[in-house]
Ligand binder design. Structure first.
Ligand code: PMP
Length: 381
């Protein structure tokens, strides 16, 4: 019999659990403990104008949010903010599209190829194909991409779905037509060691995956080039005439608390998040250990400049594989676990992406069902 520790409170419910999307509800408990310290009061007469700062190129960016973003990056040491523009977006989903649009519209010839190394974040496919723009064309997997002409490579590091640390793979250093968008949604200390202060031309961040406040729909881009930043701002104006001020103000308040507590012994969010993720990954690996059915990637340890010690990686998604020739997403669905098919991420049927950021009870039900799958498999053998 497989034994799982700390699973006394598992619900024996038979309901479907959805680990397909990465809804970051795992962090609710921390913010509940923080209580009213992030509470924002907004009166009927507040925040009514479209404009936040007419002297800023990104005039819909709330100055308080800009300040909180800079201070947080400074405190964590994960990205350079000096000499670049901050563009705020309705989630980094909007910003990614704005960046692809900006780079494409500034390219000499069109359509511009857009690629990402498989396995990639499946939403990039929809983001670049849904509106059928004539300016860019999704070309899929960056490994082996050799088309001539302008291209954009999307680099996600740590990667969604497989948690690996990524760099560009197309690599044409002398090619002015090659542009890169770095998506650093998960480059935060609870997921991965902070090994360097990133300093790329276009870097995307999302509030959703730092603190778990996905519902606020706030993301930001750090952009070096003026023309690219201008085009991104233009895109957002056409798309949504700016970004909700209520959301920006709330985000600023929460980021401020995040920064204030990030050196605290007792309230450090990153410490909390890191412990929680580590614990979940240990439990998951515990279930996997006895399994000859499933596989999980292994991650090297590295020195984390933020925590000041050598640590492992605990990604927001588990990239679950199987050695058998199975359609894993369907196998899991039969056990009432929804996951994202590897094929959607440019991979194969033998892989799925499973969110590690659900509420604790859901995560425990997932482990229980996975352990039972292993048992059924061993009986089959
Ligand atoms: N990039 C990556 C790699 C992500 O995983 C996500 C969220 N799933 C996003 C961007 C988008 O985040 P949001 O739109 O919520 O800011």
């Amino acid at each position: 019999m497989v034994k799982l520790e700390n699973m006394k409170n598992i619900s024996s419910s038979d309901s479907v659990i959805n680990l397909d999307h990465g809804d970051p509800t795992a962090y609710e408990e921390y913010w509940r403990k923080i209580g009213d310290r992030c509470t924002v009061t907004i009166r009927g007469c507040d925040l009514m104008s479209y404009f936040s700062d007419v002297n800023n190129m990104c005039w819909f960016l709330e100055p308080k949010l800009a300040e909180a973003i800079k201070e947080l990056h400074d405190a964590v040491g994960n990205a350079a903010t000096e000499d670049r523009y901050i563009v705020v977006g309705t989630g980094s989903t909007q910003l990614c599209q704005a960046a692809v649009h900006a780079l494409s519209s500034l390219a000499g010839t069109q359509p511009v190829s857009v690629v990402a190394a498989a396995p990639y974040y499946s939403t990039y496919v929809e983001e670049t194909t849904y509106v059928r723009s004539g300016m860019h064309k999704w070309e899929g997997d960056a490994w082996g991409f050799d088309k001539k002409g302008p291209y954009i490579e999307l680099v996600t590091s740590p990667n969604n779905p497989d948690g690996t640390i990524r760099e560009t793979v197309v690599n044409r250093p002398d090619d002015d037509e090659g542009k890169v968008i770095h998506d650093f949604a998960y480059y935060w200390p609870h997921y991965t060691p902070i090994t360097r202060r990133q300093d790329h031309d276009i870097m995307l961040f999302t509030f959703s995956k730092i603190t778990g406040h996905a519902g606020s729909r706030i993301g930001w881009a750090l952009v070096k080039d003026t023309e690219v930043a201008k085009k991104m701002v233009e895109y957002i104006i056409v798309n949504s005439i700016g970004v909700s001020k209520e959301s920006q103000i709330r985000t600023a308040e929460i980021l401020k608390v995040l920064k204030e507590t990030c050196k605290s012994e007792t309230e450090n969010f990153f410490e909390y998040g890191h412990e929680m993720m580590k614990n979940r990954w240990e439990k998951l690996r515990g279930v996997m250990k006895e399994s000859d059915v499933f596989s999980l990637p292994k991650y090297p340890e590295a020195y984390c400049n933020f925590f000041g010690k050598t640590l492992g990686s605990y990604p927001a998604f588990a990239w679950l594989g199987t050695k058998e020739e199975t359609d894993l997403v369907n196998e899991l669905r039969r056990r009432k676990v929804m996951s994202r098919a590897g094929e959607r991420c440019g991979s194969d049927k033998k892989h799925v992406r499973v969110s590690m950021l659900s509420r604790e009870d859901v995560f425990n039900v997932f482990l229980e069902r996975l352990a039972n799958m292993k048992l059924i498999k061993s009986i089959d053998l």
